[in-house]
Design a protein around this ligand. Structure first.
Ligand code: FAD
Length: 457
């Protein structure tokens, strides 16, 4: 730990605040989304601009501190924060500029997706992102990004045009197809391993009011609905997206008689012409869902629909896999563990990643599982830490039962700390190229609080 004088010099050279354990905001500032994570950094630099990020990177490197980078703080394993080190907090670097001429959206390194949706929506544009609007742009976009627009417009990484980033040596670089192309390849899936992104430039896609929402059935129908869904979604037009889930009905706006009931279902997003929507949804409605809340819905509303059920601070335990097929044996396990959901917040989601995401080659970005059809995740979730053992056990048992049917690797943004072999399995033959680029730009592994790619020299 550097001495007081050096810390004081650091404090005065930042425009943002420097938080230490003795500060009254310390406990608030060290919190992340997952309440299970309880880390105590030595310093939190709340950067307000690129100059602050450069100062913080130089300070961390020169003083040999463990450095973590915090975007939205949503990471499952709490990778935005660290014990006894320096947190470079980007949450004050926020702006969203929409350029309607070039149909691009420029976003700060610390924005959340809800802010991007809000700013882009009036212009009829959207950037592919995830299901909860409080998730950070940084972590989600650098790891891949799966969500309601994936089948039509690809992963979030497929819409990154350019970034501005601060490297481990404190230099600032622009990264796009022409400038620093090796970094341009690496950051589209390689996570925060290569530097700190202070600004993203995304392609915006024509999206405004979708036709979407959930159709849900009683949990006893899981086998029937999942068997139907696995075939239906793989041959559905790319305008239609739907992720499969098992869940517990929370409360309003659902009908009272369903409150607390376990159900299975699909959350849909149709991007085609609304005149066609009734026809598109006919085969789904023929299955007589017990809940049908599908209809016209503004894109930012769909993207934030579940926020209210998942506020920050709940206890989360995650396990995940990529999957190509869902054989009948796997369906039977989903039906079993769906009935045994351990708490009302616990859930299983299967996000389709076929369609547009399949059109990019498996070595064109680090995302090696372009041929997988779903990114599947099971999460044990509860407000009360006393239930941690229960939610962890259900998640691990479920995962162990279902993992034999997986494609091998996992979407790195759905991982907790699962070891280096699992990181390698997720990048497959892209790992060595990532390690080479890591050696060039971060040979001493300054940025290692992430799903880490080790420098190979
Ligand atoms: C409730 C919930 C729902 C989710 N839903 C989806 C979903 O639908 N689709 C999906 O794809 N993912 C989803 N995720 C996973 C999400 O993508 C990851 O948790 C992601 O890491 C969150 O990013 P963050 O910036 O909020 O996280 P943080 O915890 O702040 O950071 C995560 C990692 O990214 C790095 N990082 C963050 N910002 C930057 C930056 N600007 N520059 C360099 N490195 C950076 C950090 O160093 C850290 O290693 C969900 C997560 C949660 C908790």
């Amino acid at each position: 730990m550097p001495d007081e004088k050096i810390i004081e010099q650091f404090r005065v050279s930042l425009r943002g605040e420097l938080i230490q354990p003795s500060d009254k905001n310390y406990n608030e500032d060290r919190k992340v989304y997952n309440g299970m994570i309880d880390k105590r950094p030595a310093l939190i630099a709340k950067c307000v601009d690129v100059a602050d990020v450069v100062t913080a990177v130089n300070f961390g490197r020169e003083n040999k501190m463990l450095v973590s980078v915090r975007g939205g703080g949503h990471n499952a394993g709490g990778l935005g924060i660290c014990d006894d080190g320096l947190v470079i907090d980007l949450s004050k670097i926020k702006y969203v500029y929409v350029d309607t001429k070039s149909k691009t959206v420029r976003v700060g390194g610390g924005n959340t997706w809800g802010e991007v949706d809000h700013a882009a929506h009036p212009f009829g544009l959207a950037v592919p992102a995830g299901m909860i609007s409080t998730t950070g742009v940084g972590g989600l976009a650098l790891g891949g990004g799966v969500g309601y627009l994936s089948r039509k417009y690809g992963l979030t990484i497929d819409s990154i045009i350019e970034v501005e980033m601060v490297l481990a040596d404190g230099s600032i670089v622009t990264v796009n197809k022409k400038e620093n192309p090796d970094l341009y390849w690496a950051i589209r899936g390689g996570g925060g391993n290569f530097g700190i992104i202070t600004s993203f430039l995304f392609k915006g896609h024509p999206v405004h009011t979708n036709y979407g929402g959930p159709t849900l059935w009683h949990i006893d129908k899981t086998e029937q609905i999942l068997k139907w869904y696995r075939d239906f979604i793989l041959s559905a037009e790319e305008d239609l997206y739907g992720f499969f889930a098992t869940l517990t009905i929370p409360g309003p706006p659902f009908p009272e008689e369903l409150h607390g009931k376990k159900m299975c279902g699909v959350v849909w997003n149709y991007l085609g012409n609304h005149d066609k929507a009734e026809d598109v949804f006919k085969p789904i409605r023929d299955l007589k869902p017990d809940v049908d809340y599908v209809g016209p819905i503004p894109h930012p509303v769909l993207n934030s629909m579940f926020d209210v059920f998942y506020p920050a601070g709940l206890q989360w335990y995650w396990r995940a896999d990529f999957i190509k097929d869902i054989p009948d044996e796997a369906v039977a396990q989903h039906a079993k563990y769906g009935k045994e959901l351990p708490t009302p917040h616990s859930t299983m989601h299967m996000y389709p990643i076929n369609g547009a995401a399949h059109k990019i080659g498996k070595n064109d970005t680090p995302w090696a599982y372009r041929d997988a059809n779903w990114a599947q995740v099971m999460v044990g979730v509860d407000p009360d830490p006393k239930n941690n053992e229960k939610i962890t056990k259900w998640t691990k048992d479920y995962y162990n039962a279902i993992h034999p049917y997986s494609a091998g690797g996992v979407y790195i943004n759905f991982m907790m700390d699962e070891g280096q072999e699992r990181v390698k399995a997720s990048y497959k033959d892209n790992y060595d190229r990532l390690a080479k680029i890591k050696s060039k730009y971060d040979p001493n592994n300054l940025f290692r609080v992430n799903q880490n790619i080790k420098p190979n020299s």
